[in-house]
Design a binder for this molecule. Structure first.
Ligand SMILES: Cc1ncc(COP(=O)(O)O)c(C=O)c1O
Length: 452
């Protein structure tokens, strides 16, 4: 591979331009050749010149103007200020995703809590979800004193398995909560079929999956409602924020009231009428919405860059013994919030942890991802309080724990490797660098295993 300047690459490449990220965020480094048969850095070889992608969150150039406009308007909060710019973000996000309604909230966790409130989840109810997820998915169920029932994953896709989920459905199941982990959709047609068959609503945890698609539709619009996070690392970000999409008029109205202490849309100033709902203050301010409007305007272009890079990287990694890029189901397009693959130690030649260490030594940041979470003990411990014990006896919790069997999760947590989404925004050449480094790590895996 010849050396090529970053500026030349951007001028000639098929991928996006610096304008998508504002000016000055890319360094103008050059790329050196890497010998995929050479010595890995962890064994004393030279580390490559590698671009970790643009700084995140991106600064797009119009933020200050948008924030100042909110500041000057004095419409900072939608409670009592029905003209707040939060409405504009809701309209824009709903339109972009093809949903009838959007309710903006202050986090992804809040999006999930409000949606489960709107579906009247309560003590004794069960929600079937994925164990391979961020803890907020579990916490939002616990906040209703309901039981998270964890279905095992498909190791190949990293996603919750609908067949495992079906086995866990019983008379207490109130919600199916598939998670699009890493931005990669699970087998949603199967979850939607289960929803129909058992008359249980699907709520999508799409917190990592902005602009992912399934059978041509944006995720978050497939089930009864879809929940998003706009926390700072997310593909559309404003610091902390969230959103709920739904096509259901009545649900949207309820969600609005629930996210604003029971007050209706359009309520102004000192109008203190409210509905008796399981509500709270989960509102998004005008400042968060202003940042999101800026991000949303170019999000699709960044998505296209991630998608092109990630698919290319998968085509390269698939050729390396013991390396398995995550499976994308037919009809699905990932948001690539995480680029995830597996290292199978018996085939690769060293453990996942040693391989991660070796990649990091090459200057390529990567992570082993979620641990198994020890969810049963986590949940049992939270439900050990006197209040929880009035709902769940020790025997009830033991019976529930016996149903949670997660052998695939155990395996996945020992094999997974993650890259962050910004790495998929680097020039395509960086995908070759990642693959070449991993190739030379694999060729020297026995040495690495002996020395690390
Ligand atoms: C899968 C998943 N669900 C829920 C959340 C919660 O979102 P937030 O951090 O915005 O509350 C996250 C955030 O990382 C997430 O990754």
């Amino acid at each position: 591979m010849s050396s090529v300047s970053r500026r030349d690459f951007l001028k000639s490449g098929s991928l996006g331009t610096g304008a998508l990220f504002g000016s000055g965020l890319f360094s103008s480094g050059t790329y050196g050749a890497i010998d995929p048969n050479g010595k890995p850095a962890i064994l004393g070889g030279d580390a490559p010149s590698y671009d970790a992608g643009p700084a995140w969150p991106p600064l797009l150039g119009d933020e200050l103007q948008r924030l100042e406009s909110v500041l000057q308007s004095r419409l900072w909060c939608r409670s009592g200020q029905p003209q707040c710019v939060t409405n504009d973000f809701e309209a824009a996000f709903a339109e972009h995703c093809g949903a009838k309604h959007c309710v903006a909230v202050n986090s992804g966790t809040s999006a999930l809590i409000c949606t489960l409130s709107a579906l009247e989840l309560g003590p004794g109810d069960e929600v079937i979800t994925s164990p391979y997820t961020f803890v907020a998915t579990i916490n939002c169920i616990i906040s209703h004193y309901a039981l998270p029932v964890l279905a095992d994953v498909d190791v190949e896709s990293f996603q919750v398995c609908p067949k495992a989920a079906e086995k866990l459905i019983n008379d207490n199941t109130r919600v199916l909560l598939p998670v699009h982990i890493g931005g990669n959709p699970p087998k949603m047609d199967s979850f939607l079929a289960l929803s129909q068959q058992y008359n249980i609503p699907v709520v999508e945890d799409a917190c990592q999956a902005h602009l992912a698609r399934y059978n041509g539709k944006y995720v978050g619009t497939l089930g009864k409602a879809g929940c998003f996070s706009m926390q700072v690392t997310k593909n559309i970000a404003c610091g902390d924020g969230g959103a709920i999409l739904t096509d259901d008029d009545a649900l949207a109205e309820r969600l609005f009231k629930i996210h604003s202490n029971g007050r209706s849309q359009g309520t102004a100033g000192f109008d203190f009428r409210y509905e008796p709902l399981h509500a709270g203050n989960y509102r998004m301010t005008g400042f968060q919405a202003a940042l999101l409007l800026s991000q949303l305007a170019t999000a699709q272009q960044r998505h296209a860059i991630r998608n092109e890079n990630a698919l290319y990287l998968s085509s390269l990694l698939r050729e390396i013994p013991g390396v398995y890029p995550q499976k994308i189901y037919d009809g699905a397009e990932s948001a690539w919030h995480l680029y995830m693959f597996r290292i199978v130690p018996e085939e690769f030649g060293c453990s996942r942890d040693a391989a991660v260490q070796a990649l990091c030594a090459e200057g390529i940041s990567c992570y082993g991802g979620y641990g198994t979470g020890d969810w049963v003990n986590y949940i049992k411990s939270i439900y050990s309080t006197p209040a929880a014990r009035r709902v769940y006896s020790e025997k009830a919790l033991d019976d529930w724990a016996e149903r949670i069997q997660l052998p695939n999760l155990e395996r996945l947590c020992c094999e997974a490797v993650w890259f962050g989404q910004a790495q998929m925004l680097a020039p395509k050449e960086n995908m070759d660098i990642i693959a070449d480094c991993l190739r030379r790590i694999q060729k020297n895996a026995a040495d690495i295993a002996a020395n690390v």
